[in-house]
Design a binder for this molecule. Sequence first.
Ligand code: FAD
Length: 308
Amino acid sequence: AFDVLVVGGGPAGAAAAVYAARKGIRTGVAAERFGGQVLDTLAIENFISVQQTEGPKLAAALEEHVKQYDVDIMNLQRAVTLVPAARPGGEHRVQFESGATLSSRTLILATGARWRELGVPGEAEYRNRGVAYCPHCDGPLFKGKRVAVIGGGNSGVEAAIDLAGLVAEVTLIEFMDELRADAVLQKKLKSLPNVEVITGAKTSEVNGDGTRVNGLTYEDRASGERHRLDLEGVFVQIGLVPNTEWLEGSPVELSERGEIITDERGMTSVPGIFAAGDVTTVPYKQIVIAMGEGSKAALGAFDHLIRS
Ligand code: FAD
C-alpha cells in the first residue's frame, strides 16, 4: 500500500509525485497516458523560465523528473472505480481497467480534462496546424491573421475578446440563435471593431490546403445555405470536459460541470482524498497552474498524513 497514490500523470500528477516523494513517503503514480494533454501540444511558450519548448519534450522531462525519485510509475493504467476508506484513517482503494487494485492512505486525483471537439471533417487533420483549443496558449501564433472562434458561451466570447487584441479579424460562430455568454461579455464583444458574430450557424468543415487551415465552412441553420470564410485559424471553444466519469457514484463531491471541488489545500469532500489540475474547479487551465496545484495537493496530503 502507498502513503500517497497519484491518479493521473500530467503536469499536476507529476508535480504531486515529486513533492510527495521528496517527503520520503511511499508514493505511486498510475496514469492512463503519462504526460497528459501536454503530449498533444506543439509549441509551449508560457511555461515560465522556459522560453519555448514542445509538448512531447516537456512530457518526457516530467517523467524523467519523477524517475529521479523512488516513485512507482504505473503507465497505461485506467482507473475505473474509487472505493473510499471505510473508516477515518483507513486505506482508499482504486480499481483499474486491467483488474488491478491499489490502496493508499491518501489519494491525489489528477485525471485532467479534454477539450470537447466539433467532430467535423478537417478538425483532427489540422489540429495544431490552424485548429486550436487554448487562446492563452496559441493566440499569439495568429498575430495579424484572421481567425474564427466556435462557441458563444462564456469561454468562446472571452476567447474572441482576447484574440481581437492580437489578430486582424475574429468571426465568432454560435450554433444557437443567440449567444449564451454573460451580458457584460457580450457588450464588450460588440464594442470591438474587428469582431463579427454569426449566430444560428452550424460549423460543417475546417478547410485547408493540405498543410494548414485556410478556411471554414458553415451552414446557415435557417436557410440551409452553406458559406465559406477565408481564414488562418479556428479556435474551438465548446467546452472542456473533466475526466471524472469514473468518480460518478463515489462520495467525492463534483460541481455541476463535473469538476472536483477542493478546498484551499487541495482536499476534496472526502478526508484524505485530494485533487489537482484541470480536473478540479480551479479556474484557468494551464500547465504552470496545474503544477502549482499538484504540488499544493501533495503538501496537503503530507500534512494530512502526519496528523492522522
Ligand atoms: P492532463 O494534462 O489532462 O493529465 C491528465 C492525466 O490523467 C493524464 O496522464 C491522463 O492519461 C490521466 N487520466 C485521465 N483519466 C484517467 C483515468 N481514468 N485513470 C488513470 N489516468 C487517467 N497549457 C499551457 O500552459 N500552455 C500551453 O501552451 C498549452 N497548450 C495546450 C495545447 C493543447 C492542444 C491542449 C489540449 C492543452 C494545452 N494546454 C496548455 C493546457 C495544459 O495542457 C493543461 O492545462 C495541463 O496539461 C493540465 O494538466 P493536468 O495534469 O491537470 O491534466
